[in-house]
Ligand binder design. Structure first.
Ligand code: ADP
Ligand code: MG
Length: 355
């Protein structure tokens, strides 16, 4: 018999590689939106409007009034690893943000129809560009130029259509657009609470009412009121703790002992990125337990800033769960301080009741 020979190894086509990479990074519409919101915030926007059709699978559109994108950058805007935010590997260490490194727009361009309309402060007119597989689409004969001039105000609008149109297996995995919309509202709500100075709106295409809306000038308490209601907004404790040795600072708003619900709401931002941390979640829950009735859980909004070099930035962008140096000590410090705060309020309350 002829001996069995191995099949020769060949590199995958670049387009296939990019599509695989994109599909690993963007698993659901909400992942794309998170990156787009962060980009708009990074661009110094004070107003961010989001429009969603079919849970973001048909349409995901985000319009901001930020600094816009330079005309000369449009040709490379959607290439992988092109970014205006860092230059060296050392920058990566000092930027201290989890997540994408110039990969978001590239990824989206591989698995959706992507249109970007933008105008900078010193440009007399806006430009609209369409992308596919990281590149500007070459117009067919007789079609208008790409990018093409359009009227618009300063800022950027990103339109993502037919997400996963070329990844049928992924597309089929979505059973319910309304479930995806719920995730989107949750994400926008988190940023609407956290991003002071930015007005947010999010609505379904064709709907008259907005799902989320906040104004730029609203205080953190008012933002929480808009998104989570009066019941919790009326029972909030401002919370702040920092530690120089551990290199962290936390600011937040947490519910007092008068308020409890069936499930903990934790809005957690670490270095301005919305993340989850089971150690922080568990720490908060066990700190509250003695103060709340059995089965009662708190509301907690926390913004944690950790010195950039202590943050593991190499965590994969899809990971909501994050790690940082001295995690245990930091969580302990936060919980001790929270415990004191809750105890102080509890004592003054029972004191007031006995008067
Ligand atoms: P990253 O955010 O990691 O740099 P992205 O792919 O998300 O990578 O974006 C690439 C670049 O496009 C950004 O660095 C920024 O210069 C520009 N950009 C993206 N979105 C916006 C926006 N809404 N406003 C202004 N510039 C933007
Ligand atoms: Mg980005």
């Amino acid at each position: 018999a002829t001996p069995q020979l191995p099949r020769r190894i060949k590199p995958l086509d670049q387009v296939v590689v990019n599509k695989i990479a994109a599909g690993e990074i963007i698993v659901a519409p909400v992942h794309a939106l998170k990156e787009l919101i962060e980009n708009s915030v990074d661009a110094g926007s004070t107003s961010i409007d989001i429009l969603v059709k079919d849970g973001g699978l048909k349409l995901l559109q985000i319009s901001d009034n930020g600094h816009g994108i330079d005309e000369n950058d449009l040709p490379i805007l959607c290439e992988r690893f092109t970014t205006s935010k860092l230059q060296s590997f050392e920058d990566l260490q000092s930027i201290g943000t989890y997540g994408f490194r110039g990969e978001a727009l590239a990824s989206i361009s591989h698995i959706a129809h992507l249109t970007i309309t933008t105008r900078t402060a010193n440009s007399p007119i806006g430009l609209r560009a369409t992308y596919s597989d990281s590149k500007l689409i070459t117009p067919k004969p007789g079609q208008p130029a790409n990018p093409k001039p359009v009227h618009r105000n300063k800022g950027t609008q990103i339109t993502v259509e037919d997400l996963f149109y070329n990844v049928p297996s992924r597309r089929r995995a979505f059973r319910s657009p309304s479930e995806e919309y719920t995730k989107i509202l949750d994400l926008v709500g988190r940023h609407a609470v956290h991003c002071g100075g930015v007005a947010f709106s999010c609505k379904k295409y064709g709907d008259a009412d907005v799902g989320v809306s906040t104004t730029a000038g609203a205080t953190t308490t008012d933002r929480i009121r808009r998104i989570h209601g009066n019941a919790v907004a009326n029972e909030l404790l401002p919370f702040e703790v920092s530690d120089e040795y551990l290199g962290f600072k936390v600011k937040g708003m947490l519910s007092n002992a008068n308020y409890h619900v069936k499930k903990t709401t934790l809005l957690l931002f670490i270095n301005n990125r919305s993340v989850d941390s089971s150690s922080i979640r568990k720490g908060i829950e066990s700190t509250y337990a003695p103060f709340l009735p059995k089965g009662g859980h708190p509301f907690a909004y926390m913004s944690l800033d950790i010195e950039p070099h202590r943050v593991d930035v190499n965590v994969h962008p899809t990971k909501r769960e994050v790690n940082f140096l001295h995690e245990e000590e930091i969580v302990q410090k936060i919980c001790e301080s929270l415990q004191e705060k809750l105890a102080a309020v509890d004592t003054s309350r029972s004191y007031a009741l006995t008067q």
